[in-house]
Design a protein around this ligand. Structure first.
Ligand code: MOS
Length: 730
């Protein structure tokens, strides 16, 4: 969108997800579902020691097993080119239990899995580092970044009326989208075709091109639908490269799907955090000191940091501040992005700490946050492109009935249930990346949108149909959208809550370009009622071209195209970032309130109600947007009460690598969730006024629940998840 065009909010939304019908009828195909002729099945064999070297793999029995076509090991795998941090059989080192150490290629998956049991693997074991709590002495700063300082901490602390010094912890979590990672790879000469479950088709294309030393244009990646991403599918993991390697050596297409248990290790995790927080405030609640030091595990593969303290640098104003991160290397799989990486965990520590400070100061927890509102970005003093956090607190508190809360813990009882109320602030950054798109106005009255992004199930198809419809003032139901194909104009990865703000302006601009071309055709056409007018005088609405100065003068677009060769009118565009983007900070905000009922005998917690209001700029689609926020809150319930990967500190395997024992909320765990958005556009950030929405829902949610549990019981559990045993012994 050019600066001269008026910024707009979508008037017409699609009532249903663009892809709803394809999803419910099974027509929508996920990566592993594409029919590929002569496809063979790959199965990854994982190391079962946490540290050492694969000394030998005797594959004689496995090679003779039914259906086996090829067995890849570190001893026969082809050497690849440039690689990321992935274990793809380039050496025999074992850095964690679960690491891929072989791939069986067979006619069928059961045959591949059976052959895997016949491999005779011998190791030279080395001592492993596995117990985080006993290895805190190994903690070191990451190779890059992670610390921040402002003001004079000692001088600020000296003025304090109240102080807090506590430690909070969150566990390792593993991604479990409904669709596990999956790849189908096939070669035609030195051209590689891939169906991959991914959050970034371009990243997959680049990584495969580098790994196999072929031009990027030789790699074609398709991913029309992704069954959930949440960060794990933002990285190109070993299985994608191993599938392509297996297809090459077996000389036929290979499908490689990770089993549910293989989601725990080879495709990253959210590292645990141990957060030390010190706060000091004056009697009126103004923060003088914020100190947030977070330590997490990292693998021996790379320095990955769960940057829990980063959000503390900008969320509240304070006279002084100090944040830092440290990592403890362990023989576990890599850390990676998981929904709101940093904010999800950091808001647990900081927002519980603020609840504790509010009690010490005898100030309402909402009021404590209001008085510490950062009017500007505290890091460099830049203005926010949009911030309406005060309205979030007010609206959510009203809808929740916060004024009726009893601040004294343990006072509200309903039979055997202890009732409590708590709140927290939600926050997440807003970013954009450049993106290109093509829009074609078709002779049949429909419009085609093509863009090389992907829809994780979040609603990208839906909002792109709306963006084109907005530019052309037409019904979004008449827009056809094609995504998830590297043959389409290039776009960024779907992560970091950046997608909507990156891709919608590109499609809007491409549609505006198509409209301009259409107007140029009309003004040059002797039979057009607009012959001789200038293109800028014309606009479109509901499939007609009209004169802006006298809108009753119009002609159907289909008639114009039919008279002029009957070919689609195409517009392309690349959306650029705002020229003044360095002049402000863009961030999203929210307030989340929770009501819990804790059984006095069993200590089971029921999250009865969550009420949250978000300032995320324009809400592009009520259904898909609100759905993402609700999903984030459900994950917050999971963080607060259920979710945790248990590491066996002798053998290094995740003990609960299945859905029976890795607990996530089911419908029976989720009661009323009331989500509203202020829907105030942020036009400085983006011409559609929309900031990201994918991650903010999880932030603050777990802390609000933890604070409600304290209000209900008077027991402060600072180690998540808050399971009944912890409440019983607190
Ligand atoms: Mo998100 S953790 O950037 O997919």
């Amino acid at each position: 969108m050019s600066d001269t065009q008026q910024e707009q909010k979508p008037e017409r939304q699609l009532d249903h997800r663009y892809d709803a019908f394809a999803k419910v009828t099974g027509r929508a195909k996920y990566a592993a579902e594409f029919p590929v002729k002569d496809v063979a099945y790959g199965y990854i064999v994982q190391a079962d020691i946490p540290s050492g070297i694969v000394a030998a793999i005797d594959q004689s029995a496995a090679s003779r097993a039914s259906g086996v076509l090829y067995i890849l090991t570190p001893f026969n795998a082809p050497k690849l080119g440039e690689l990321g941090n992935v274990n793809v059989l380039q050496n025999a080192d074992v850095l964690y239990s679960g690491q891929p150490i072989a791939v069986i290629v067979a006619r069928s998956l059961p045959e591949a899995q059976h052959a895997a049991t016949l491999l005779r693997i011998t190791y030279n074991e080395k001592p492993a580092k596995l117990d985080f709590n006993n290895l805190l002495g190994d903690a070191r700063p990451p190779k890059r970044g992670g610390a921040s300082n402002r003001g004079d901490m000692a001088a600020s602390a000296a003025k304090a009326a109240a102080t807090l010094d506590q430690t909070y912890s969150t566990p390792i979590q593993n991604h479990n989208p409904m669709e596990p990672h999956a790849t189908i790879a096939s070669w035609e000469g030195d051209k590689l075709n891939v169906y991959d479950a991914t959050q970034g088709i371009t990243g997959v294309q680049q990584n495969l091109a580098r790994a196999f030393s072929i031009p990027q244009t030789n790699v074609h990646v398709e991913c029309p639908y992704t069954g959930g991403g949440f960060g794990c599918k933002g990285y190109v993991w070993s299985h994608t490269i191993l599938a392509a390697m297996a297809a090459k050596v077996a000389q036929r297409p290979v499908k490689l799907v990770l089993g549910r248990e293989q989601m725990f290790g080879p495709v990253g995790s959210r590292p645990n955090t141990l957060q030390h927080i010190k706060l000091a405030a004056s009697a009126d609640g103004k923060l003088l000191v914020q100190q947030h030091d977070s330590t997490c595990y990292t693998s021996f593969i790379s320095d990955w940091v769960e940057s829990a303290a980063n959000q503390t640098t900008l969320l509240y104003a304070s006279e002084s501040l100090s944040t830092s991160h440290k990592i403890v290397p362990l023989n576990l799989g890599m850390g990676t992005w998981m929904r709101a990486p940093g904010e999800a965990t950091g808001s647990v520590g900081l927002e519980i700490a603020l609840d504790e400070l509010a009690e010490k100061l005898n100030i309402d927890p909402v009021q404590l946050r209001v008085v510490n509102n950062a009017e500007k970005d505290p890091r460099q003093g830049k203005p926010w492109s949009g911030k309406h956090i005060a309205e979030c607190y007010t609206q959510a508190a009203d809808r929740f009935g916060w004024s009726k809360r009893n601040a004294k813990p343990g006072q509200h009882r309903e039979g055997n249930k202890l009732i409590g109320h708590g709140m927290a602030t939600a926050n997440y950054g807003a970013g954009r990346s450049p993106s290109s798109a093509v829009v074609r106005i078709l002779p049949n009255g429909r419009v085609f949108v093509g863009i090389g992004t992907q829809d994780l199930g979040t609603g990208t198809y839906t909002i792109l149909a709306q963006a084109a419809a907005l530019a052309l003032a037409m019904d979004p139901a008449l827009v056809d959208v094609k995504l998830g194909d590297t043959a389409l104009p290039r776009s960024g990865g779907s992560g970091g809550s950046t997608t909507a703000a990156s891709v919608c302006p590109a499609v809007y601009d491409a549609a505006a370009q198509a409209k301009l071309k259409l107007a140029q055709v009309a003004t040059a056409d002797a039979q057009s009622p607009f012959h001789g007018a200038t293109a800028e005088d014309l606009d479109t609405k509901d499939g007609k071209l009209f004169l802006k100065s006298s809108p009753e003068k119009s002609e159907p677009i289909a008639a114009l195209i039919a008279r002029n060769g009957g070919q689609p009118i195409e517009g392309t565009a690349t959306s650029e970032l705002p020229k003044d983007r360095e002049a402000f900070t863009s961030h999203s905000w929210g307030a989340v309130f929770a009501e819990v009922a804790v059984d006095a005998d069993t200590h089971m917690v029921q999250v009865r109600r969550v009420v949250a209001t978000y300032d995320i700029g324009t809400l592009l689609n009520d259904k898909t947007g609100t759905n993402q926020l609700v999903g984030g809150i459900v994950w917050g319930i999971s963080m607060a009460l259920l979710e945790e990967s248990h590491i066996d500190t002798r053998y290094g395997r995740t003990v609960n690598e299945n859905f029976a024992e890795y607990h996530v909320p089911v419908n029976a765990d989720v009661y009323e969730i009331d989500v509203t958005c202020l829907n105030i556009p942020d036009f400085r950030f983006n011409p559609l006024g929309a900031r990201g929405i994918g991650e903010i829902g999880i932030t603050g949610a777990a802390a609000a629940i933890a604070n409600a549990i304290y209000n209900a019981t008077g027991k402060r559990v600072r180690d998540l998840p808050i399971t009944p045993d912890k409440l019983m012994t607190a």
